[in-house]
Design a protein around this ligand. Structure first.
Ligand code: HEM
Ligand code: HEM
Length: 186
């Protein structure tokens, strides 16, 4: 089923979720691999291009994902107890917000640094604004030292939450986000 049902996510929501997972992990891996090469080296530049391309992909996908999320009327209830459901929805809202502002802060950094951002060498996001080095530097810190680490921590908590559902609560919350799982009653 493409759409969400009463008790499971539709395949498009699952596709967005797992595609985003792969691309975000790709962005973190690429930027860390890049650091093991010298700045300005061919390899370093290549991994940085990959980092930016994955990040830009997040920024493109998030609007489709949010559009689909908002357009969907039936969103499965999170049936965990002890007020954790509230915490989970705040966590999800923050994840959505960070999937916007983490790449946005970096795109703005590149804008003010006067650097076009390439998407896998296929096209470039051109520079539209006048160069402003100090602003670029502040955005660099905001992106790399604050927003990206916050997203990372949230993702870890989110994964722990999913595992908690599966192994402690022993409910279907984790399973219903998995690609090929279908509720038996459907
Ligand atoms: C969800 C998407 C993204 C994530 C999770 C992410 C994550 C990160 C992290 C963790 C760092 C810090 C690396 C470190 O200092 O150890 C970083 C730095 C950086 N990111 Fe991103 N980023 C994303 C999107 C983007 C985009 C779209 C661009 C393109 C402009 C970009 C460009 C950069 C640049 C230029 C740096 C600085 C690298 C350096 O100082 O060597 N990032 N990013
Ligand atoms: C980049 C990493 C990830 C991000 C940014 C992310 C983001 C999200 C968001 C925003 C939602 C809420 C969906 C909505 O209500 O519209 C969600 C749901 C979910 N995620 Fe993730 N996720 C990530 C990785 C993972 C991983 C690795 C797991 C596996 C443990 C996982 C398990 C789940 C589950 C089970 C749900 C459904 C919760 C429910 O049905 O109430 N996520 N994810």
């Amino acid at each position: 089923m493409i759409g969400n049902t009463e008790n499971s996510w539709g395949w498009l929501a699952k596709l967005f979720h797992w595609l985003m997972f792969v691309v975000i992990v790709g962005a973190y891996v690429a930027v860390n691999v890049q650091e093991s090469f010298e700045k300005g080296s061919v390899e370093g530049d290549w991994w940085m291009m990959l980092h930016k391309s994955f990040g830009l992909t997040v920024f493109m996908l998030i609007w489709l994902r949010l559009g689909w999320r908002i357009g969907q009327r039936t969103v499965p209830e999170n049936f965990s107890g002890y007020g954790m459901a509230k915490l989970a929805s705040i966590g999800h809202a923050l994840l959505y917000l960070l999937m916007i502002i983490v790449p946005l802060s970096a795109l703005l950094m590149s804008q003010f640094a006067g650097r076009p951002v390439s998407w896998f060498g296929i096209f470039d996001v051109p520079v539209w604004v006048a160069e402003n080095e100090s602003l670029a530097e502040q955005l660099h810190e905001l992106h790399g030292d604050f927003l990206a680490p916050v997203l990372f921590v949230l993702i870890i908590l989110h994964i722990l939450g999913g595992l908690w559902h599966h192994f402690v609560d022993r409910d279907d919350v984790l399973k219903r986000m998995l690609p090929f799982w279908r509720n038996r009653e459907l």
